[in-house]
Design a protein around this ligand. Structure first.
Ligand code: GLN
Length: 453
């Protein structure tokens, strides 16, 4: 099989199933085929990259030079970036091939990919259910066999939750592990790009290619990147696993609880020890997250004004009117809801009561994890409280939608890495096991995930 065959196979699969799954927003076919030819000519001649010839899908909030990048928003509906994100450059340097751009919730705000301005992606396991979100296109494309690798972003669960719903492997790296340069910002203190793949080994390869310090992102960390593949030994004897009681308690469905209890038995059978612990502040996670992330979003989204990027409203009477009309017409309801909430929380007189308080609770949530990690190697629990829900089921009820993130959000607030790996099915829908590690210890997270899968 040649690289060209591989790339053609990916596009053939997309033509076969994407009219149903609706994961892709834009395709890169001519350039991908040209790149495949180029790679073939250098096969074996020089050092071939880690992902040589591998077809990759990219979430649409990661900028790609001359390839339409909308973040699934009308306001960026005609935006063609003039540069590549650092992760895209790194994948290119690893000889991977960009196949196209993947659907998502507008500006990564959502848990079902129903907030895209353009289309609703379906869960390949059951087309009546959501793929999760906000990286729903990225998870669905891998699950449907359209691409073997994709990039997602995770601010409050947006890689792990859709990975869980679609039965694939998704990792949110430690905050700072992967450069955010070229990621369209939602909440900058939480956003992290990460890999979505069919199995743990592929995931480790992809992280290897994208991780590391980037002078273009001052929050990317100067921490050595280990060889993640060395962690895939299958050996977890003596490893100490903590299970927070809050992660199997109220709000978590019985089917999910049972599948996690079964997973813990498997891990014990492999020689790990399992103890119950507590994350006492995790119950404040959702409230803290929606306050902080909306505050940051209200600032980050101020740049979309009809002047610099994308959509511009017609018939404006003056500059202020142009801003107003552009933003009123260009943003969807969920994005407006967050901008209003964030602007309110940051306004003078309310700052101490809301934003500052939320920052303090964030520290408490992080300290809960720090304490557990003094004695344990990983924290394990479900990724989501339920399997995938029906399209339309939660769309008119933002609070129920937000509650979906209860098990993923504390990980972003603490900045630690977390993975979702498939852990069985309920009524034909996949369930995910979440494995959370210490800061910059993706290796141990992969070690456990690989031994389990
Ligand atoms: N569902 C969460 C939200 O709507 C998480 C999104 C994300 O991680 N990008 O904010």
């Amino acid at each position: 099989i040649t690289v060209t065959d591989l790339v053609k196979e990916s596009y053939a699969r997309i033509s076969e199933v994407d009219s149903k799954v609706q994961a892709f927003l834009a395709l890169n076919e001519d350039r991908a085929l040209a790149q495949a030819k180029e790679l073939e000519s250098k096969l074996g001649q020089t050092d071939n990259g880690l992902l040589f010839g591998m077809p990759i899908g990219v979430k649409d909030n990661i900028v790609t030079k001359d390839l339409r990048t909308t973040a699934s928003s009308k306001i960026l509906g005609n935006f063609d970036p003039i540069y590549d994100a650092t992760v895209v450059n790194k994948l290119q340097a690893a000889d991977a091939i960009t196949i196209g751009k993947l659907n998502m919730d507008e500006f990564a705000m959502g848990s079902s990919t129903e907030n895209s301005h353009f289309q609703k992606t379906k869960n390949p396991w059951n087309l009546e259910t959501v793929p999760g979100g906000s990286s729903g296109g990225s998870a669905a494309a891998v699950a449907a066999g359209e691409v073997p690798f994709s990039l997602g972003s995770d601010t409050g669960g947006s890689i792990r939750q859709p990975a869980s719903f679609c039965g694939v492997v998704g990792l949110k790296p430690t905050y700072g592990r992967v450069s955010r340069f070229g990621l369209i910002a939602f909440a900058s203190s939480l956003d992290q790009i990460g890999p979505i793949t069919r199995n743990v080994e592929d995931n480790a390869y992809m992280l290897q290619a994208i991780a590391g310090l980037d002078p273009n992102d001052s929050t990317s960390a100067n921490v050595a990147v280990p060889d993640y593949r060395k962690a895939l030994t299958g050996d977890i004897k003596g490893l100490r696993i903590a299970v927070p009681k809050e992660y199997l308690g109220e709000g978590v469905s019985e089917e999910v609880r049972q599948s996690i209890l079964a997973a813990l038995k498997v891990l014990e059978g492999l020689g790990a020890t399992v103890d119950e612990v507590s994350l006492p502040h995790s119950k404040y996670g959702v409230a803290t997250y929606y306050l902080l992330s909306s505050s940051e979003a209200s600032a980050n989204l101020a740049r979309f004004d009809g002047i610099r990027y994308g959509y511009r409203a017609e018939n404006a009477e003056n500059l202020i009117d142009l801003y107003k009309k552009t933003r009123a017409e260009g943003f969807g309801d969920e994005v407006k809801r967050r901008i209003m909430l964030g602007t309110y929380a940051l306004s003078s007189g309310y700052y101490d009561a809301y934003y500052k308080k939320a920052q303090q609770v964030r520290t408490l949530i992080k300290q809960d994890f720090d304490q557990i990690f003094e004695q344990y190697d990983v924290v394990v629990g479900p990724t989501t409280p339920t399997p995938a829900f029906k399209i339309g089921e939660n769309i008119d009820d933002p609070l129920t939608m937000y509650a979906n993130d209860i098990l993923t959000i504390p990980v972003n607030l603490a900045g630690v890495p977390g993975i979702s790996v498939p852990a069985g099915f309920s009524k034909g829908l996949p369930l995910g096991l979440q494995i959370i590690g210490k800061h910059f210890d993706e290796s141990t997270v992969y070690r456990v995930a690989h031994a389990f899968e």
